[in-house]
Design a protein. Structure first.
Length: 129
């Protein structure tokens, strides 16, 4: 069974919805939502409103902590690679895997193991094979 977790939205408990109401009939109160999974803020917030509340409070601190961009990022032929898969719908054929360059439209065949490997394409978009 999956672990329950709380929404990280700092104002989640202030939104008046039926599922946030807890307690006996004469003493109702709102509580932060608790679920096994969420869809927003990489699975940490229950709604877009809670995600935006979190970002409005903590986003500036996150940028200061991790650092601002000081130079523009440039997409070039060297760092425009992604891995792709052509799914085969025929039982006699297998899927094909390839590295694809978005700028040059070049394709390079790769193995399924290379496709599954997160290090085939580096974090900055370069082909590592």
């Amino acid at each position: 069974m999956s672990q329950l977790k709380y929404c990280q939205g700092p104002k989640c408990h202030t939104y008046d919805t039926k599922d946030r109401k807890k307690g006996p009939k004469d003493n109702k109160r709102n509580e932060t939502r608790r679920r096994s999974s969420f869809y927003y803020l990489d699975g940490n917030c229950c709604s877009m409103q809670c995600m935006y509340d979190w970002f409005n409070i903590y986003g500036q601190r996150a940028l200061q902590h991790f650092g601002y961009l000081t130079q523009p990022r440039v997409l070039s032929a060297d760092n425009a690679w992604t891995t792709r898969r052509n799914w085969s719908h025929n039982e006699n054929q297998s899927d094909t895997f390839y590295a694809y360059n978005h700028l040059t439209e070049e394709r390079r065949p790769i193995t399924e193991q290379q496709y599954d490997n997160d290090n085939t394409i580096t974090e900055d978009g370069r082909l590592a094979i």
